[in-house]
Design a protein around this ligand. Sequence first.
Ligand code: ATP
Length: 376
Amino acid sequence: MGHEVRIKNVTMRFGNTTAVSNLDVHIKAGEFFSFLGPSGCGKTTLLKLISGFLDPTEGRIEINNQDMQGVGPNKRPTAMIFQNLALFPLMTVEENIAFGLEVRGVGKIQRRKKVEDLLDLVDLPHTRQKKVTSLSGGQKQRVAIARALAVEPSVLLLDEPLSALDLKLRKHMRVELRQIQQKTGVTFIYITHDQGEALTMSDRVGVISEGGRLEQVGRPTQIYNDPQTPFVASFVGENNIFQAKIIGQRNGRFLADTPMGTLECVAPAGFEPENFKPGQAATAFVRPETIRLVNGSGVQENQVECLVISQRFEGAFMTMELETKGDTIIHIRQSNNGHEPILKPGENTFISFGADNTLLLATPCDHQTKEPLCPN
Ligand code: ATP
């Protein structure tokens, strides 16, 4: 069974570089937890801290309520799967999986039994005697998982292990990894820059920004539907981002002036009222898939007149770029179900998006780039 992992106010500095900033999170026993963030934000450093290859500059890590300070990597109840898998190319599948058991002095008969059980678990029967070099990418992936699980870790650390696979196999392996985690009950801590991976596999996701700052922790649906910070709103999924200024409230919603007129918006759960006073600068976020084309008659929420600039066919959906009278560019995404109106560049249309889908965060955004000015 998996152990809980508490990362307590951990900071990691390399000279002048802060790779992890005062990060505090409690990962539950048996949880599939992913850290999601852009390249260089400190994800690998975090895994090395948990596995004991690095010691934190400040703070501490506890596994199963035990302080890991001074406990070396081979004494921790963790195992790691690396991006490049690090399999032994000259060994067979069995020798690779049994390696850690042999080092621990486990007898031959027990090793054989364990290897067979693990090959069943990762759905790789009849490969025991094969050289790992003769296996496909997905099969090597499974051997790496079996090898890591052979030593019965309570916490499995996974450093972007699917990144070398093609998209189809990657999607398939997401499902398999999740099933293996559920069958074994081991705590999985997964790091990735791929939001698709993090959102589909995880019980909870921790989003990290540059400098190893933990922006938000939540279930995948919370991260996507209720981003709490501008970084999460712009990094996870796509969003239209508008400069806004709060002008008041109506029926529990905020009214904000934007370059395309006044919009009705909602604040994030647990917002601080003092940050949402009239006159304050803010940023509004609207996801492309929540915007509908409307005919302009009747009064719709957040209705805006636009000119179609371009449209792009993307298989299951169509994306459209529109421009408002206030010269604001808006992207919308329509399902390709045959029921949505098809518009041509140069045509005028109206769009509407619900106030509930218009998120207002109390942080100004840059006038030119529309990037939120994230507080540091
Ligand atoms: P990627 O997704 O590209 O692998 P990451 O999110 O895993 O990136 P880290 O590898 O943890 O990021 O690096 C975080 C920061 O710490 C980077 O600025 C990196 O240059 C720096 N860093 C990491 N390890 C060291 C080290 N041993 N010495 C000095 N700086 C380091």
